[in-house]
Design a protein around this ligand. Structure first.
Ligand SMILES: [Zn+2]
Length: 67
């Protein structure tokens, strides 16, 4: 089981994350998060969303080929 992150946690790696809400809310969906930012809280969600890494992808600004 992959590690879960919650709003306020630091994003460890840039990439695609799956956002899981509580069962009464919306279906899970995917977002792109950028390394060293924090997973944001969302209006209407409180602190329930959980983020799990789906696929890591370096941000283009940090990639050695684009410097
Ligand atoms: Zn929610």
């Amino acid at each position: 089981m992959s590690q879960q992150y919650k709003p306020g946690d630091k994003v460890p790696k840039s990439g695609i994350y799956r956002v899981t809400h509580d069962s009464q809310h919306v279906q899970e969906h995917e977002v792109t998060c950028v390394c060293n930012e924090t997973f944001p809280p969302r209006n209407g969600c409180g602190r329930h969303p959980r983020f799990t890494s789906v696929r890591q992808a370096k941000h283009i600004r940090n990639h050695e080929n684009f410097k």
